[in-house]
Write a protein that binds this ligand. Structure first.
Ligand code: NAP
Ligand code: ZN
Ligand code: ZN
Length: 348
């Protein structure tokens, strides 16, 4: 098969509204699968990048790294997938495969840098284009299997929001007897609550207001507090073994670190555009850890999908048409999302 042109939604320039266009997809190679994309989630990272919030992007940009679809064609060397399989693609589509991190299944931390699903340059020297599109060609080794039992539209957000919260919760051993706080009840945050609850931890949501309290408790939280209320920080001092922040804006870290127990850890998966400041005494007292975490490796992403299927954990979604993407971006920026916008790619 030769290069094909497929329909997509792209930002033609930084901060410009996304519009319908076409992009090339490479021929299906020896180890590639052609995926008929059914759904693509909208991650806040799409917005950061489409607006150059993390630095200079590659335009036109087709965002989308929460991809769920069905295999439409396989290359001759493909052994893991067959036509008709339900599959997903997350934030990366390649890596060096030989460095210490790749060999350890931590491809997201590839020492040469992983190849992003979009806003990156592939090994063929061409820009990568993401999931706001009808089809994508991906190496089978960076393609995930979506288990039966999770609807494809509810599975799409697991490919980023799911793995990005599962990975630190698993690494820092959230489970029975552990008190875990999830900061921010958006796309990542709501999956963090579901997963931490399924792992057996006692879960607290720290949200800006109590507006979403009923939802938070329904998702599996045991407690819910508003961070706009200064009393919250008094009441919860020294409470948590683990805090996972999913907040897309800078937080007053010293105030949150005070909520940890001795030896507790605060892990930031939220990736604000501006630097944050820290008083080191906030970690010295109580031997605390301030950490970050990026998505998850391929093996761990499959483990997360299987875990979610076993516990019937899909995302809470609002399905939208492609022509609603720009409006959805504004709503995400206003924290008005319950809890992930997912594009029905049939409307592209
Ligand atoms: P989202 O749906 O917009 O959720 C973020 C939540 O943070 C909001 O719902 C809101 O929750 C809270 N928030 C927003 N602005 C805030 C502010 N100024 N102060 C305090 N809280 C605020 O976004 P998302 O898609 O979950 O992504 C969250 C962040 O994670 C983004 O920065 C994204 O780029 C990043 N991310 C990182 C990785 C990684 O690998 N590390 C992967 C994916 C995404 P409340 O309304 O409950 O307060
Ligand atoms: Zn994402
Ligand atoms: Zn590598």
């Amino acid at each position: 098969m030769t290069v094909t042109t497929v329909a997509a939604y792209a930002a033609p320039a930084p901060k410009a509204p996304l519009e319908r266009t076409t992009v090339p997809r490479r021929p299906v190679g020896e180890h590639d699968v052609l995926i008929d994309i059914k759904y693509a989630g909208i991650c806040h990272s799409d917005i950061h990048q489409a607006r150059n919030g993390w630095g200079e992007g590659i335009f036109p940009m087709v965002p989308g790294h929460e991809i769920a679809g069905v295999v439409a064609e396989v290359g001759p060397g493909v052994t893991k997938f067959e036509v008709g399989d339900r599959v997903g693609v997350g934030c990366m589509v390649d890596s060096c495969r030989t460095c210490e991190n790749c060999l350890a299944g931590l491809e997201q931390y590839c020492s040469e840098g992983n190849v992003g699903t979009y806003n990156a340059v592939g090994k063929d020297g061409e820009p990568t284009y993401g999931g706001y599109s009808t089809h994508v060609v991906v190496d089978e080794n960076y393609t995930l299997r979506i288990p039966e039992g999770i609807a494809l539209d509810e599975a799409a957000p697991l490919l980023c929001a799911g793995i990005t919260t599962y990975s630190p919760l698993a690494h820092w051993k959230a489970g029975p007897g552990k008190k875990v706080a999830i900061v921010g009840l958006g796309g990542l945050g709501h999956m963090g609550v579901k997963i931490a609850h399924a792992l057996g931890a006692e879960v607290t949501v720290l949200s800006q207001t109590l507006r979403k309290e009923a939802d938070g408790l329904k998702l599996g939280a045991d407690h819910y507090f508003a961070t706009s209320d200064p009393e919250t920080f008094q009441q919860l001092k020294g409470s948590f073994d683990l805090i996972v922040s999913t907040v897309s804006a800078p937080l007053p870290l010293d105030a949150y670190l005070a909520l940890l127990k001795t030896d507790g850890a605060m892990v930031n998966v939220g990736a604000p555009e501006e630097p944050v400041s820290l008083n080191l005494f906030s970690v010295i007292g109580g031997r605390k850890t301030l950490a970050g975490s990026g998505i998850g490796g391929i093996r761990e992403t499959q483990e997360m999908l299987d875990f979610c299927a076993q516990h019937s954990l899909g995302a809470e979604i609002e399905l939208i048409r492609a022509d609603q993407i720009n409006e959805a971006y504004e709503r995400v920026l206003a924290s008005d999302v319950r809890y992930r916008f997912v594009i029905d790619t049939a409307t592209i």
